[in-house]
Write a protein that binds this ligand. Sequence first.
Ligand code: DX5
Ligand code: ZN
Length: 215
Amino acid sequence: MLQIAPSILAADFLHLEKDIQLVNRCGDILHLDVMDGSLVPNISFGFSVIDQVAKIATAPMDAHLMVVHPERWFDKVASDGIQMCSFHWEAAGSNTSRYIDRLHRLGLKAGVAINPDVPVSRLYPYIGKADYFLVMSVFAGFGGQKFIYETLDRVAALRAEIARRGAQALIEIDGGVYEGNVRAAEEAGVDIVVAGSAVYGADDPAAAISALRGA
Ligand code: DX5
Ligand code: ZN
């Protein structure tokens, strides 16, 4: 079944506890967007916030590192009890395999993320090695952007390549997901959808999560 990962980037930071408890109760994964203003043109929050979030999160946490030198943060991610960690191929380049190994040695699920302008085939060398792939459905950096529909073809191609190799890997998409496109994403082969605005911008965030899950 499709897993829903609310992104607290769109949460109410003055009442963050309430928005985290929502994910504990109704979500599958708590998505944490870390941006450094360098790999992406925005700064979000860092570990002074995540350390506190981790104290009350009971849902598994997924750190999406949109930073240069993601490897500098892997130990910290692990010590906060985060289970899944993705870094961008654009930041890692030829170190991608090494970084996946490091995350595995720390006991984490390793994800490789790419922006919409990176050919999806760049991920193929890591099939059979990465636990999941984060195919961005907007350009990383901001919440509330419009879903890029070509993402669905990229997901389908990646899903087919994973199957062709008889490998296992989850596919996550991130950005612009809402009720109107989530079923198409599921059909294309997505396992995890990240949703910020569609959850926290809704009048009833718990109902929004159920609607995205479709069950
Ligand atoms: C964007 C972040 C997303 C963002 C999604 O760079 O990676 O996780 O929070 O927000 P929405 O769902 O509002 O597009
Ligand atoms: Zn994200």
